[in-house]
Design a protein around this ligand. Structure first.
Ligand code: GUN
Length: 282
């Protein structure tokens, strides 16, 4: 039997509708949520993501301040900007689009963002809060994936979850959020020996690698929930990590690409900026 589709775009629309109400209420109180976005270089995927974030923000009435830099910009210049934005009244959130060019010390830069304006939840402080069960400001992709998993009504407590990604954007924050819900989590990555031995045991598989066809039907337990957060281009089409045609024959529920994790991630970003704006207004 073919798997049920997890419709990320429909769920994202609900989150955006709720967030619009929060933004409208803030505006009635004279607060105009504003997101500063720093984009360095010409990375095709980043250009697309940033454009999607801009469209969503503007549709909700959130001001989107884009700061663009050439590939060869010095880290010191971006650090000076982050410091200025940290202090600037009227800037509610700061997002540094990743990946940064190779000459950047990414973690050092991310840790310069004020935790109060850390809309991505990538600072050491906000990542640490997840260990304490405090998830208000957490990675938008991790939050999006969690909401999609929750929408399936699968029991997370006690579930075996295999996450293929160990970055601070997806794998690490998501693992912590799932551990907070008593799942048993395996985090796999490029150095994992025998990936299939982990995926085959999983009740929930999350893949965010950017390798088309990485997850095949032989690697999936019948009835498993499969969340595809990979994004690549293949023959001019946007595709995920999962061999959708094969895996949908064995999985219980599956996200499509596009229309799954992507729109939900953007919606969670909007939710994060509205939350930061509300907290700063207190
Ligand atoms: N690059 C890919 N995903 C993300 C994200 O969620 N936030 C940032 N800042 N960069 C990204």
């Amino acid at each position: 039997m073919a798997a049920k589709l997890i419709k990320g775009d429909k769920l994202a629309a609900i989150v955006l509708e709720d967030t619009k109400k929060v933004v409208d209420n803030l505006k009635k109180k004279g607060i105009h949520p504003t997101l500063a976005v720093i984009l360095v270089g010409k990375h095709t995927a980043s250009e697309i993501y940033v454009e999607k974030k801009k469209i969503a923000a503007e549709a909700l009435g959130i001001t989107f301040d884009l700061f663009r830099f050439a590939d060869n910009v010095k880290q010191g210049e971006i650090e000076a900007l982050v410091t200025a934005l940290n202090y600037k009244v009227g800037i509610n959130g700061i997002l540094i689009q990743l990946p940064l060019p190779k000459h950047f010390k990414t973690m050092n830069l991310l840790d310069m963002v004020s935790p109060l304006k850390d809309v991505d939840g990538f600072t050491a402080f906000n990542l640490g809060l997840l260990d304490h069960g405090k998830e208000e400001i957490a990675s938008c992709t991790a939050k999006a994936i969690l909401k999609l998993i929750e929408s399936t009504k699968v029991k997370i407590e006690g579930a075996n979850v295999c996450i293929v990604n160990h970055s601070i954007v997806v794998g690490r924050p998501l693992a912590q959020m799932l551990l907070n819900r008593n799942a048993t989590v395996s985090i796999c990555h490029a150095f994992t020996k025998d990936l299939a031995s982990f995926t085959k045991q999983a009740d929930i598989i999350v893949s965010a690698v950017g390798k088309p066809g990485l997850i095949t039907k032989e690697m999936v337990k019948p009835g498993a929930i499969v969340i595809d957060a990979g994004i690549s281009k293949k023959d001019g089409k946007t595709v995920g990590d999962v061999d959708f045609a094969g895996v949908k024959e064995v999985a219980g529920q599956i996200t499509p690409v596009p229309g799954g994790v992507g729109p939900m991630t953007v919606a969670c970003l909007m939710q994060n900026i509205s939350k930061l704006s509300a907290v700063q207004a207190k």
